[in-house]
Write a protein that binds this ligand. Structure first.
Ligand code: G1P
Length: 289
């Protein structure tokens, strides 16, 4: 075995300890709310979308958050930091408890940031995060896909278990109405080990017209990626919309049998759309009653 393949082997056995959050997008669908505020900071009830994502990562055993930001996103950094003035003001009052959850995250996780200077697609955003991830498997959460599974295992935790079994890339999928395939990456694949929730991916297409879609199995914003994805992205040409697509890069690994699609347990809200955002708000409000 050459020293390089030995090295890759060791790294493919590492567990998932880092989560990358692409958070550089403009959030134009939520203008004017997102004019001066990052879309990842929009709250569902009192909690910003990205905090739900970080909590989901923590529940999956991850403690290192790698956030790819852009211009106008500084509020995210401030959110995951101590606010001395505020904390001094409310110390000893009943309001102190409002900060318990975020304090726990700050105390138990590391947050690091890098900036995506140009918006060249999700694949490019993930490649920008390479400097924070290094040579180990990592999770990706798109914070505007908000997931919940009540008191059962959150979606990312389920995916880490799938990763630990198959040791290759894992994408979360769900069935969508056929006419909506043009909003998602869509996969095709075969059931593995007789488990209907786990498919070995044979094809994937970014936002196909319904007439061209291989199936109605859509990728949602949760991925576990192995570090070899970075080299593949570097060689991935712009695809749909002229952007570098993670779906296209993953197709290359899928053709080598290295991508699993996992039908997760739980609910997912598309908080990148107003309808999905309102639905999530109602759902979490009902749940909190
Ligand atoms: C991205 C991906 C797409 C995936 C979707 C999940 O698209 O490119 O493959 O299905 O996230 O939310 P976006 O919604 O950022 O346009």
């Amino acid at each position: 075995m050459s020293s390089i393949s030995k090295y890759s082997k060791i790294n493919s056995l590492k567990s998932v300890k880092k989560c990358l959050f692409p958070a550089a997008g403009y959030g134009t669908r939520f203008l004017p709310a997102t004019k001066a505020m990052p879309k990842e900071m929009l709250p569902v009830l009192t909690k910003p979308l990205i905090q739900y994502g970080v909590e989901e990562a923590v529940s999956a055993g991850i403690d290192t958050m790698a956030i790819v930001t852009g211009r106008g996103k500084r509020a995210i950094e401030d959110h995951f930091d101590v606010s001395y003035e505020l904390e001094h003001q409310i110390k000893g009052t009943s309001k102190e408890s409002y900060l318990t959850e975020i304090r726990n995250l700050i105390d138990n996780c590391t947050f690091s940031y890098t900036r995506q200077v140009e918006m060249k697609g999700l694949g490019h955003a993930i490649l920008t995060g390479k400097t924070l991830i290094g040579d180990e498997p990592f999770a990706v959460i798109l914070a505007d896909d908000l997931c919940d599974n009540n008191d059962e295992d959150p979606v990312l935790k389920q995916m880490v278990e799938v990763y630990e079994k198959y040791r290759c890339c894992v994408v979360a999928i769900e069935e969508v109405p056929k006419e909506e395939t043009n909003k998602y990456g869509v996969i095709d694949g075969k059931i593995v080990d007789g488990n209907e929730s786990v498919l070995r991916v044979s094809n994937m297409v970014e936002k196909p017209d319904p007439k061209d879609a291989p199936t109605n199995l859509a990728i949602i914003g949760r991925y576990i990626l192995t570090p070899d994805i970075f080299d593949v992205i570097e060689n991935t040409k712009p695809g749909k919309g002229g952007e570098i697509q993670i779906t296209d890069a993953l197709l290359e690994l899928a053709q080598q049998g290295k991508v699993i699609a996992y039908k997760f347990q739980g609910k997912r809200f598309d908080c990148g759309s107003i309808e999905g955002f309102v639905e999530a708000t109602n759902y979490f409000h009902d749940k909190a009653k």
